[in-house]
Design a protein around this ligand. Structure first.
Ligand code: NG6
Ligand code: CA
Length: 525
């Protein structure tokens, strides 16, 4: 017997009542889905300090300088004890942060000169292009130092390629460093406030023999130099490189911190209704350290400590803006540094004389320029209010991992040949219990001449030249390895003072082989 089921006409799929019901169901699913996605797609702000050491913040043990804002950020988030940048100077760390690829894999990524070309080629998948692809508004505000233009910057024309050609919608920049000429802001493709009648010229040789320099006019300087920094004088301070013109465009060093905050506040406010990614690249605490007058004298450490206070103020201003706009619970902040600390980096600013008991690199050896831990193990804090459980994490995470981790956060898959050394450590960044960070990390100096390799608690140091090439950058005297390779056990010897390679030949060989393989391979992801 056949059973015949008759469906009432209103239940047919193409009937008007059914279409209405389906439409209601689909749209409520979409609303639900998008609010879920919104809570999973936070705004992202990466705050990168310049030359800030592991021991320079209150929450990392500093006593001589107070950093209440960053301490609060740490208390509300995760403070990492093994957070790293990938290189011991600025340009390679920033290169690998943006590209997710170790800088030594591309030649010419050491400290960029004033007229250096754009180091990241348009078309490269970057942390910003990946987030833009995920629907984020993107901006970089502050120090760039990754070159502009090809083959060199056109200071009076369009400065491109630059950030806007690699995934940033907006940039407001200090083009190289504050100690390298020219001292002007770059707003998107142009030098800001440049008067066409007073063109800007930048070069590496004096334009004429009467050009005043830090050598010919040394007695007029308000901050004397100790090495380098004796070419063109601006704001009473000698710089690296030569320039003329662009007078109306020049900034006062004291005003940089305020300029970054003003621009950031405006940009955040005008993008508050969509996911945004801000790379906030402070010039603090790089030389010449010349914080705003209101911060000068705030610490017993001289301008180096006062610049840390200015940096802490900047972080506080960003936190205030997020609170005011009710964005703190929907914003992931990552605070990091581009390399370890240095005291005398070319100017007599009292950093050495006024150091007292302050330990810029905390318990570590070395600092900026060095592949000992002090060169790359730096403050690293994440905060996402309401999402990240506050605490302290010993997991190994690195600025190079942010590209893959943020892509994962947004469900964006990485192109096969992109971000070749960036690992997704998102669960560790979010402080999830049991989440693992990296099992190894390669550390490089400026040009990839010397290397460090951390694997678990073991650390291999490879010096190109025996017993040479480590400047003493903080007052801590670093015992130099007496052979090309040295092996340390970081859990027992965080200061890398006892070379165990002779006692542990097998471990040493294993680490050497791993380092060789990482260097030879084109990728580690
Ligand atoms: C060095 C500079 C140093 C600093 C560094 C780059 C001299 C003697 N030294 O060449 O002052 O500018 O480059 O620093 O000129 S970084 O943080 O941008 O990598
Ligand atoms: Ca730096």
């Amino acid at each position: 017997m056949k059973c015949k089921i008759s469906i009432p006409a209103w239940l047919m799929f193409d009937s008007p009542p059914m279409r209405f019901l389906l439409a209601v169901l689909v749209s409520s699913f979409c609303i639900l889905h998008s609010s879920f996605a919104a809570t999973q797609r936070p705004n992202i702000i990466v705050i990168m300090a310049d030359d800030l050491g592991y021991g320079d913040l209150g929450c990392y043990g500093a006593k001589a300088v107070q950093t209440p804002n960053i301490d609060r950020l740490a208390a509300e988030g995760v403070r990492f004890t093994s957070g790293y940048c990938s290189a011991a100077t600025c340009t390679p760390t920033r290169f690998s942060f943006i590209t997710g690829t170790y800088a030594f894999r591309q030649k010419g990524t050491g400290v960029a000169p004033p007229n250096g070309p754009a180091l990241i080629k348009p078309g490269t998948a970057t942390i910003s292009s990946l987030l833009k692809q995920a629907g984020y508004a993107t901006a970089v505000i502050g120090k760039w130092h990754l070159g502009l233009g090809d083959p060199k910057p056109d200071w009076n024309g369009d400065l491109k390629p630059g950030p806007l050609e690699i995934g940033f919608d907006h940039c407001f920049l200090l083009p190289t460093t504050n100690d390298r000429v020219p001292q002007v802001y770059v707003n998107d493709h142009r030098v800001q406030n440049l008067d066409a009648k007073d063109p800007l010229w930048v070069g590496d040789k004096a334009p004429d023999e009467n050009h005043p320099t830090g050598i010919t006019h040394r007695s007029t300087l308000r901050m004397d130099w100790t090495h380098g920094h004796n070419q063109t004088i601006h704001n009473g301070i000698g710089r690296i490189g030569f320039y003329t013109g662009g007078t109306a465009a020049r900034f006062r060093d004291e005003d940089l911190g305020d300029a970054w905050i003003k621009e950031s506040n405006q940009w955040i406010e005008s993008h508050k209704d969509q996911p945004f990614f801000l790379f906030f690249a402070s010039h603090d605490i790089h030389v010449p350290r010349m914080p705003h007058e209101r911060f000068q004298g705030k610490t017993p450490l001289g301008f180096r400590g006062d610049a840390v206070v200015e940096f802490d103020w900047s972080v506080g201003e960003i936190m205030k803006t997020l609170d005011r706009l009710h964005l703190a619970e929907n914003t992931l902040i990552v605070l990091c540094s581009d390399n370890g600390p240095v005291l005398d980096d070319g100017y007599k600013d009292g950093a050495v004389e006024k150091l007292g008991d302050h330990k810029p690199a905390g318990p570590f050896s070395g600092g900026k320029y060095s592949v000992f831990e002090g060169g790359t193990r730096t403050p690293f804090i994440t905060r996402w209010k309401g999402r990240v459980k506050p605490g302290v994490s010993d997991e190994i995470v690195c600025t190079i991992d942010l590209a893959a981790s943020f892509a994962a956060l947004n469900g964006v898959s990485l192109p096969e040949n992109a971000c070749r050394d960036s690992f997704n450590v998102l669960p560790a960044l979010l402080g999830e219990s049991g989440a693992k960070g990296r099992d190894h990390l390669l550390q490089q100096d400026n040009n990839g001449t010397n290397f460090g390799l951390r694997a678990g608690d073991w650390k291999l140091v490879r010096m190109k030249a025996k017993g040479k090439s480590q400047a003493i950058v903080t007052k801590k005297v670093t015992p130099l390895p007496t052979s090309q390779h040295a092996l340390y056990h970081l859990a027992d010897d965080p200061g890398e003072e006892h070379d165990l390679s002779a006692k542990n030949p097998e471990k040493t060989q294993e680490m050497i082989a791993k380092l060789d393989a990482l260097i030879a391979a084109e990728r580690s992801r």
